[in-house]
Design a protein around this ligand. Sequence first.
Ligand code: HEC
Ligand code: HEC
Length: 371
Amino acid sequence: MRAGESAQRNVLAGLAAPIDLVILAGIIPTFVENGRGDPAVIRRILRTNTYRRIAVLVCALAPLLMARQLGAQEALKVPEGLPDWTFNIPDKIQPTAVRVGGIVRAPGSAKEYEWAKVAGTANPPDWFPDEHPPAPRSVTGGAGIRFACGACHLMSGQGHPEAADIAGMPAEYLIRQMAYYKTGARKDDARMGPIANATSDEDVRQAAEYFASLKPAVWVKVIETATPPKTFIATAGRHRQLHPDGGTEPIGRRILEIPEDPFRTEIRDPHSGFIAYVPPGSLARGEALVKGGESGKTVPCAVCHGEGLKGLGEVPRLAGLQPLYVARQLFDIRHGSSAGKAADLMKPVVANLSEDDIIAISSYLGSLPPP
Ligand code: HEC
Ligand code: HEC
């Protein structure tokens, strides 16, 4: 056994607390040395094999995560063992949902579109062209492009919770994720896998630079409640919507995100955001975990994600991201369905988190102001 391995065994034997000490002991001096924001810091962290090896071991030993059974329908789309609520799987029974058709307009926009022409993924509406720099064809659509990024991530980059908010994310980070989707290291067989495969490196680079240049706004309002309104997941757009029957239902162990205005979300209006209902107590508990790591349960996020969780070097921002999205990523990383090399650094972070911890952390992050 190599020396490093016996050190890791000691770490593992002593449960979680020493793990974060070991990691912090390594990282903090590096930060002091280099100053904040230097991408070299991140490169150095990424090169540090000890962390990677700890991560791999922790993951291997972690009990095989949530033995939750999934129904036959969900099993088609949700990686086995992961909670279906993070993936917005359309309900089998579909009550009446918002139907869009004819000529559509968005409040405050001078534009109008024939819905049939912009409804798909090839030619998304651009309601506020003055609010962003000129966008490349991979984002707007154009000859030969079936999946324009603007269709799901919106021209604002902030996207819907079943997709992702990529506004202002570092270009290198975005390019790296596209590469992970392409190789399957990060799995999204329904959407980003095929899209990454169909998009040229040059189109990816242009799209990444475009989204990196955008400034995110507050896009989700987080509300703690034990009894959110009754909702269902509509087939169109995979959006959760208010149930026409009205009433409330217990939140249980979930985060439920609904559009502030389903019509405006459906027409991809970048000025109409989301409401996230989260279980009572999530925000305070999330803050404690994010800031303190709660004596070894996890690692304080700001060490790598920067002050205010606004991003640091090539490490993405977390502040103001959609809680449903963040929860899905934390489950995916823990499960191994998002296992790009750079995500190794996240493995010790998620290894000991319970479903409740993930809900709390994601809720708190969603409540923070974006940079
Ligand atoms: C049909 C809808 C759709 C289109 C079109 C689309 N995406 Fe996505 N994108 C998604 C979904 C869904 C996810 C979330 C997948 C997951 O949970 O890992 C996502 C996630 C991402 C992520 C990961 C974000 C993060 O913070 O890690 C990146 C990067 C991304 N998309 C880039 C692009 C680019 C670039 C394009 C255009 C070439 C594009 N997407 C087009 C649906 C789409
Ligand atoms: C040791 C460094 C480190 C620490 C500590 C850390 N992270 Fe990360 N995290 C990363 C890196 C690096 C990435 C990006 C991986 C990549 O490029 O693929 C990442 C990615 C993520 C993502 C995916 C973001 C997206 O847009 O898809 C989430 C969510 C996340 N981290 C949450 C957290 C939370 C919550 C904490 C604290 C509880 C935390 N991280 C602590 C290094 C870290």
